[in-house]
Design a protein around this ligand. Structure first.
Ligand SMILES: NC(=O)c1ccc[n+]([C@@H]2O[C@H](COP(=O)([O-])OP(=O)(O)OC[C@H]3O[C@@H](n4cnc5c(N)ncnc54)[C@H](O)[C@@H]3O)[C@@H](O)[C@H]2O)c1
Length: 443
């Protein structure tokens, strides 16, 4: 059965979630274009979630985004609608496209809706028991030829396939957040996976304009394999610094160095907040269960017990976590001793910036560099300066860069990544880093 036939009956489980809604949008647009190109075929996209209001919000989101996509692709629509004499203006074509997108969608709360699906994307909660329950049901409900594309961030796929009797029929099609924007799909191929499923997944990624990076079926894969270890090393560094400088001061310093001195888009504590401290803990737990290497943080547990969670609001706003946010920007730091946020006012930051020492090049920021065609040369010059600096900040940055490189090389040594370039690709494409952790900038 070819991919186009499979694309005629697709389901997304967990469709109203952060990842599921982006995946649903990508598929809804792709199916609409396929339907316009293959008018004799029928295309169905079943959007399944246990959350009613979420499903309604999803339909609204897909409709609004389909309009924007139609406006972007109006020339393609003109060609596809060339026989429709009733459509003259661009706006009419765009509205016809929106109607086409919505035509293929059906929503529901029960997995039975996926009963005739040939491709099932799953982006439900990252909890083993939830995924076991879903796949045990799907194994019975779906045709034996159905393929399952899971978005799990950490659970080894062979555990899911063995528990649920779907060996050979599952692949990890791991989108990054937000799926509609991020170019990366980490492709996790468990042992015994049908080679046709692997080939079809590559074709599908191409159709969705994604770049695939292969990862072995080892808990956490490449993305979280690096992020969790990088996050834990920053927490440990912060706890060590806190002995001399105090907790909130240490959080500020580590966050600042990991963002501004390593030229990353976010500091580590902001990134953990963005992902959600609860999600960070869930992934650590799953990884540690399978890898048994002490991937755990008492501090993370304590913060969650105090109700400090981070994560996003339903409209995409940042919730407070390690940091407090004002219009999306860090404005305070949580102090577990008082359970209050200490404001990051100028007096507080100036003192700590003084202790870190002068930044090697204050004009160089992630934002400026990400648009700079001469980025590579500037990065080399920057790290050459960083290498020669004798200050607390420079030492912290060098140590972090070295640990990040070791974490990446460990993934290669453990066979999670076939090559250092694959880890670099995941960090640059999936985490928006300007450079991969395996580099010679500081050698
Ligand atoms: N959030 C990220 O940054 C990110 C990135 C990559 C991968 N992932 C992975 O994607 C998956 C989803 O993560 P998320 O952040 O979108 O979570 P989320 O909590 O935003 O969404 C999960 C959705 O699943 C639904 N759900 C739960 N049980 C269900 C069931 N039995 N049937 C149908 N729907 C069910 C929920 O109602 C919710 O809408 C997880 O496996 C996660 O590890 C997340």
């Amino acid at each position: 059965m070819d991919l186009n036939t499979r694309m005629q009956n697709v389901a997304v489980v967990g469709a109203a979630g952060k990842m599921g809604s982006g995946i649903a949008l990508l598929l809804a647009l792709e199916l609409a274009f396929r339907a316009l190109e293959n008018p004799r075929d029928t295309f169905v996209l079943s959007l399944i979630d246990t959350h009613d209001a979420g499903l309604q919000g999803l339909l609204r989101y897909v409709r609004d985004q389909a309009r924007k996509e139609g406006e972007r692709q109006v020339n393609r629509l003109r060609a596809l609608f060339r026989d429709r004499a009733d459509l003259v203006e661009n706006a009419e074509m765009v509205e016809a496209f929106v109607a086409e997108v919505m035509l293929h969608l059906r929503t529901g709360k029960t997995l039975a809706l996926a009963g005739d699906a040939l491709l099932v994307f799953e982006a439900a909660f990252e909890k083993e028991e939830v995924k076991f329950q879903i796949y045990n049901e799907l194994a019975v409900l779906c045709p034996p030829s159905a393929w399952f594309l899971t978005n799990t961030s950490s659970i080894p796929l062979h555990v899911l396939t063995d528990q649920c009797g779907i060996q050979g029929r599952m692949i990890g099609f791991h989108f990054y957040n937000p799926p509609a924007v991020q170019k990366l799909v980490e492709l996790i191929v468990p042992e015994g996976c049908d080679p046709e499923l692997v080939a079809a997944s590559e074709d599908l990624a191409l159709a969705l304009r994604k770049k695939t990076v292969p990862a072995r079926d080892i808990a956490g894969f490449i993305g979280n394999g690096h992020f969790m270890r990088d996050g834990l090393r920053c927490i440990r560094e912060m706890e060590h610094l806190a002995l001399d400088y105090g907790f909130v001061q240490a959080v500020y310093m580590v966050d600042k160095v990991s963002r501004d001195w390593l030229l990353r888009p976010m500091g580590m504590f902001q990134l953990i907040d963005y992902v959600g401290i609860d999600v960070f803990q869930l992934i650590l737990r799953v990884m540690d269960k399978y890898l048994q290497e002490g991937l755990h943080s008492d501090l993370v547990d304590t913060l969650l017990e105090m109700g400090v969670r981070g994560g996003q609001t339903s409209s995409g706003g940042q919730k407070d976590g390690f940091l407090r946010y004002d219009k999306g920007r860090p404005a305070g730091i949580f102090d577990p001793a008082t359970r209050e946020y200490v404001p990051m006012d100028p007096a507080f930051t100036a003192d700590l910036d003084g202790r870190l020492g002068p930044h090697p090049d204050p004009a160089l920021t992630w934002k400026a560099l990400s648009r700079d065609p001469g980025k590579e040369g500037r990065l080399r010059a920057y790290f050459a300066t960083l290498k020669g600096l004798d200050s607390l900040g420079a030492g912290m940055a060098r140590n972090h860069a070295e640990d990040s490189r070791e974490a990446a090389l460990d993934l290669v040594r453990q066979g999670v990544a076939a090559r250092a370039e694959d880890v670099n690709a995941v960090l640059t494409l999936g985490f928006f880093h300007l450079y991969g952790p395996v580099n010679d900038y500081l050698d």
